[in-house]
Design a protein around this ligand. Structure first.
Ligand SMILES: [Zn+2]
Length: 418
């Protein structure tokens, strides 16, 4: 068999593996959140607050969509015309056109071109979130965060590109196999190290101070059978008034993080309700599920790139001889942008199902649907969420059930509907 045949077979096997893992780990059954309860919950929210949240999102929408459209357009122009290849050549020229310089510096130049073009739209969105009091960041703080994420992206992206093109360079016929294994391994590695290496670049994490709340949360985790070494508090109040909590990491790096804003804005019972939701993610291994699906997706993406690489018309558009050469970085980014757009709704759907399951876990663990509902109302109010967003936008982008869906799920739970 030729390498190409092996690649096709591996692609098929990985697709089956992805389908099996998704079938086994995604909670396809969703607990009821009847529309009648949603409408009733919406009617009980203060009308002025709902109107303000909708104005906020209406103001953000043009900048958000223009940003997405521009990013896609830039990726397509850089990838489907020879402009991307020229930029990569330019970056490698001072280094004797060495492939490594082209891979790392060329990659940075191509990404930076896209980032700079969309920067004004990001700045516009920042003025809106500041005006509505969600962000309290000055331009200095905003710029510092931006530079930090560029730096993190440059290091991680640079390493990934250097590794990828080292493999295509060393194994021109079999790079897809090493690349797929490497990409999957990288996703797993990042799940372990991001919480301890990257997250601290943006926030300070401290153990929740001793007190009745900490004691209660640790006891809640113990009662739930989820070993939690500590609950960490992030100093989110430096940049936002929004509240949040999340679980990240795997094994020894697993942690539950609550924003300090949550501790000051919500009642202790509500913090317990949120933490119970996060314990649900830990107990159901949702980070592991995400990592596994991500690793399979990354491996599939590398093999798909290899297979796309035999499409002569595509290579001709990009002005490259092979998809495995650094000059094809623009083309890689264009393919990634299109793949991201197409897979986004599917990813959002899986995320919403996993979040709804964690909500059910919180309701079952606390047995307190009234506090759960109060917490959802507070989350929505503080974060200026549209409690009942437009359907198509919800289907395209929403990672969580809507506020009214979560309130309705609590009402159904209280009636014994599971
Ligand atoms: Zn969650």
């Amino acid at each position: 068999m030729t390498p190409r045949m092996w690649a096709l077979v591996s692609f098929g096997v990985l697709v089956v593996a992805l389908v099996v893992v998704a079938a086994l780990t995604v909670p396809w059954h969703r607990a009821p959140a009847p529309r009648a309860d949603q409408v009733a919950a919406l009617g009980q929210l203060p009308a002025e607050q709902v109107a303000r949240a909708r104005r906020f999102h209406a103001e953000l929408r043009p900048g958000s969509y223009a940003g997405m459209a521009l990013s896609l357009l830039v990726a397509l122009v850089l990838g489907l015309t020879p402009i991307g290849a020229r930029l990569v050549e330019l970056a490698g020229r001072p280094f004797g056109d060495h492939w490594l310089a082209r891979a790392v510096l060329g990659g940075m130049l191509v990404v930076l071109a896209g980032e700079l073009l969309t920067l004004p739209l990001a700045a516009w969105r920042h003025t809106i979130v500041v005006r509505y009091g969600i962000s309290i960041q000055s331009w200095g703080g905003w710029g510092a965060d931006l530079l930090k994420s560029f730096a993190v992206g440059a290091v991680l992206g640079g390493l990934a590109l250097a590794g990828f093109f080292a493999v295509t360079h060393a194994a021109p016929r079999w790079w897809w196999a090493f690349g797929a294994a490497g990409a999957a391994g990288l996703v797993v590695l990042l799940s372990f190290v991001l919480p301890v290496v990257v997250e601290p670049i943006f926030n300070k994490f401290t153990a929740m101070p001793d007190g009745p709340l900490r004691t209660e949360l640790i006891a809640l985790a113990a009662a739930d059978g989820v070993p939690v070494r500590d609950v960490l508090v992030a100093d989110a109040s430096r940049r936002t008034r929004a509240v949040n909590a999340y679980v990240s990491g795997l094994g020894p790096t697993r942690r539950i993080v609550v924003y300090d804003t949550l501790l000051t804005e919500a009642t202790p019972e509500e913090v317990v309700s949120v933490t119970a939701h996060e314990l649900g993610h830990a107990k159901d291994g949702d980070v592991l599920t995400g990592t596994l699906l991500g690793a399979l997706g990354a491996a599939l993406a590398v093999i798909a790139l290899y297979l796309l690489g035999s499409w002569a018309g595509l290579l001709r558009l990009a002005g490259v001889d092979s998809i495995g050469e650094p000059r094809a970085i623009g083309l890689l980014l264009a393919v990634a942008a299109v793949a991201g757009l197409l897979s986004g709704p599917g990813q959002a759907f899986v995320s919403r199902r996993i979040e709804a399951r964690a909500d059910q876990h919180s309701l079952a663990l606390t047995g307190d649907p009234a506090t759960f509902e109060a917490m959802q109302r507070r989350l929505g109010t503080l974060n200026l969420s549209d409690p009942d967003p437009p359907t198509w936008e919800f289907l395209m982008f929403a990672s969580h059930p809507s506020t009214v869906q979560r309130m309705a799920a609590a009402r159904a739970y209280a009636r014994g509907e599971r």
